[in-house]
Write a protein that binds this ligand. Sequence first.
Ligand SMILES: *Cc1c(COP(=O)(O)O)cnc(C)c1O
Length: 376
Amino acid sequence: MSERIYLSPPHMGGREKDFVQEAFDTNWIAPLGPNVDAFELEFAEYVGADHALALSSGTAAMHLALLVMGIGPGDRVFVSDLTFVASVNPIRYVGAEPTLIDCERESWNMDPALLEEALEAAAKNNTLPKAVVVVHLYGQSANLEAITKICDRFEVPIIEDAAEALGAKQVSRPDPGTVGRMGFFSFNGNKIITTSGGGMLVSADKNLLDHARKLATQAREPVPHYEHEEIGFNYRLSNILAGVGRGQLEVIEDRVRTRRSIFERYEKELKIEGIEFQPEAIWGKHTRWLTCLTVDENILGTTRDAIRLACETANIEARPVWKPMHLQPLYREVEKIGGSVSKELFETGLCLPSGSSLSESEQSRVIDTVKRAITL
Ligand SMILES: *Cc1c(COP(=O)(O)O)cnc(C)c1O
């Protein structure tokens, strides 16, 4: 059996161990320290954010964003339907009620027209959401210009879930993740850079971020003894892991270049009628964190699942596109706007191995396996 090819395995840059060694040498084995401080500053500079807060996960970052923006029991929050469940669960952590907004085909991200429709209806009923959570899927920015314009009109703040979009760009605006009131990123093991687990919350609003920092450290009041006025959490990032993050951040541009070139090779060699790749929207640069394609089985004569199973048999990890939230047993009952596009992308979409450490011969193995599945 050939060695397993994973979807998006960790890819260390080289300097991570130096930063971790420094943490050991100085005995900063704690959820704070010089690596954490430096990682926050270096990250903020890279994405162009005013302030950044390193946390134990992207999920924790979103939870804190909702809390410091004052979102709680009974409030409504609009969120992308086609996403990973971690974009929605924190809405429930704070007792709020999600409404799922379908995506557009152009970018696979939140459809601005559907969002506008939903906000207009909510405004009429006096049930406007407290926030709109916009997800940037698979390394591609949502149409932030359109979405910002609509949200501004209704004075609803945006939280950006940029967990999958570090390194993505917009043509004429700041980086995805730094446009909304708050934005967050993930350094989970499968993301474009990783700290094994970790996240970053960013904002231009220092007060919001300071409050999040306090909540992340058990909400200690600034007095010598342990004094508490509100419920806090243990959400800070370890100084050891922040060292991994600093090393990873040094190579992010290279990782984007490599993932994009892997995508280009797939696109060139799988130029087959019945296969379409996730489009790159005109408003931004896609990182191609994952290369995703859709299969039209009527044209191709092969199903998405047949290709996926052929990959599995060849010891290659390929996964269906995210199962939309409105189809999840967990969120079946919640309000949704649209849902047919996300459903179709889920039923026909496949993510191919896209890790930046994927060798040319491994890419060939994936391409040959897909081609063979089609001609069978
Ligand atoms: C990974 C991911 C998250 C959660 O980040 P964690 O660091 O794993 O908690 C949230 N949203 C999306 C879209 C993700 O892909």
